[in-house]
Design a binder for this molecule. Structure first.
Ligand SMILES: NC(=O)c1ccc[n+]([C@@H]2O[C@H](COP(=O)([O-])OP(=O)(O)OC[C@H]3O[C@@H](n4cnc5c(N)ncnc54)[C@H](O)[C@@H]3O)[C@@H](O)[C@H]2O)c1
Length: 415
């Protein structure tokens, strides 16, 4: 048994069984170019309801069903799409013949189960990031996806950003030159005494209204705990902390811009320095990821200062590509966002500064379009997989207090 109570061999057996079912399942319905796409959602909490709102803006879609272990979420989802059927067991939703595609927005530790079950049921899949909670789940999901003909996308919406298209084009044209370092950061702040991420527990969040054992999803059984159910992000057995909540978006963006393989090693330091409220996952983080091709990527994050917002700087011998979101300009004090390129005069004396021009696409519209066309979506499983592995290597390093290589992590997983 692992620390979280999941038997690895049992998991892999289940994953393999899921994968072979995926092979055996013919897709029940082929969506034509002009057909209405019928959606189901598993996990209609904060993000799930946000996603429903986004999908409802995409023409010619319909929400058919919701599955959630908390009865309150059925009512909330039906406010957005009143004709939905509701279930407390996701398998009943997956049994429905009139669901073409499924959105998964459950807590991280449930993602791989819902991923595997959804494609095994012959449905297309939009799964929230991070793709999985662990390295071995990431391997199992990627393997199952390879054997399946389902259209699958991961909720890494920065993959649909115009900034990614522009940064890739600039790099391809050699504007950045040799890139040896990418620095990235994500910073937030809240009034003291109002810790980041902590949500109030609704009064109807009781053992009568929540299928607690389904939420636990293989973790050791225990009495109902409404605080943990609502605030699962704060605990390792359900979450990967800010690395899987936020770094994953940025590392996926960097990996795609530079077309990076898996990192060869990860180091992570930090701790619970800002929010001493019993949470396990660190709120102050410094990650270093090594890549085999002479490149180091760093990511730093804090919950006690928001001055620099969120951003990435791709540092090359011929220029810098900088993407900012909500950083405070030192001189004007105004909020700065967008993609920019600055030439390095040493190697591109005639180079001009540039601003990103390409507009963002809707990540959700891209998925629906791909359900109809059967093309690969903007955030395919491969980038979900690579970004998940990068995130898990970083967290392993933090938890094991050592440098973790891809090889040592694989050995530990095999071991
Ligand atoms: N892409 C983004 O920008 C973005 C933003 C926020 C959250 N997210 C991701 O969305 C996911 C959900 O986050 P959230 O903030 O909405 O969490 P949440 O707790 O608000 O919602 C999760 C929902 O899943 C339900 N649930 C739990 N276990 C279940 C199970 N076994 N079967 C069915 N339903 C189950 C819960 O009742 C809840 O309604 C996370 O993976 C998070 O990382 C992504």
């Amino acid at each position: 048994m692992t620390k979280t109570g999941i038997d690895r061999r049992q998991f892999l057996k289940q994953a393999a069984a899921g994968a072979s079912i995926a092979l055996a399942y013919p897709s029940s319905h082929v969506v034509g170019a002009n057909d209405r796409v019928r959606l189901g959602i598993i996990g209609a909490g904060a993000r799930g309801q946000e996603l429903m709102g986004e999908f409802l803006r995409v023409p010619n879609i319909e929400f058919v069903a919701v599955a959630d272990v908390f009865s309150r979420r059925h009512d909330e989802a039906k406010k957005l799409a009143p004709d939905m059927k509701s279930f407390d067991d996701h398998r009943r939703l997956l049994d429905l013949k009139d669901v073409d595609a499924v959105i998964v927005a459950t807590p991280l530790h449930c993602h791989s189960r819902h991923f595997l079950d959804t494609i095994a049921a012959g449905k297309d899949l939009y799964s929230e990031k991070t793709m999985t909670w662990s390295i071995e789940e990431a391997e199992a999901c990627r393997d199952a996806a390879k054997r399946s003909d389902r259209v699958i996308t991961i909720g890494l919406q920065h993959q649909s950003s115009g900034a990614l298209a522009d940064a890739k084009a600039w790099i391809k044209q050699g504007y950045a030159g040799k890139i040896t370092h990418v620095e990235s950061w994500m910073s937030r702040n809240t009034p003291r005494g109002k810790p980041q991420w902590v949500r109030p527990v609704p009064s109807d969040c009781t053992s009568a209204n929540v299928k607690w054992d389904s939420f636990l999803n293989g973790r050791p059984k225990r009495a109902f705990d409404g605080f943990k159910f609502i605030n699962w992000r704060l605990y390792w057995e359900f979450s990967g902390g800010n690395v899987t909540e936020n770094m994953v978006h940025q590392i996926a963006w960097i990996m795609r811009a530079l077309d990076l393989p898996l990192p060869s090693a990860a180091y992570m330091s930090g701790g619970v320095f800002s929010e001493k409220d019993g949470r396990e996952v660190p709120d102050t983080i410094a990650v270093t990821l090594d890549f085999a091709n002479d490149l180091v990527v760093t990511w730093q994050s804090t919950f006690s200062n928001s001055h620099y917002g969120l951003g990435e700087r791709i540092l090359g011998s011929h220029g810098t590509i900088e993407r900012l979101a909500g950083a405070t300009d030192m001189v004007t004090g105004k909020s700065q966002s967008g993609l920019r390129y600055y030439p390095e005069k040493a190697n591109r004396p005639e180079g001009a500064a540039l601003e990103g021009q390409t507009r963002d696409q809707s990540h959700m519209a891209n998925f629906i379009e791909c359900v109809r066309s059967r093309k690969e979506p903007n955030a395919p499983v491969e980038i979900g997989y690579r970004s998940a592995i990068a995130a898990h290597l970083a967290n392993l390093s933090y938890r094991q207090k050592r440098r973790v290589t891809l090889e040592s992590a694989a050995q530990a997983t095999r071991g």
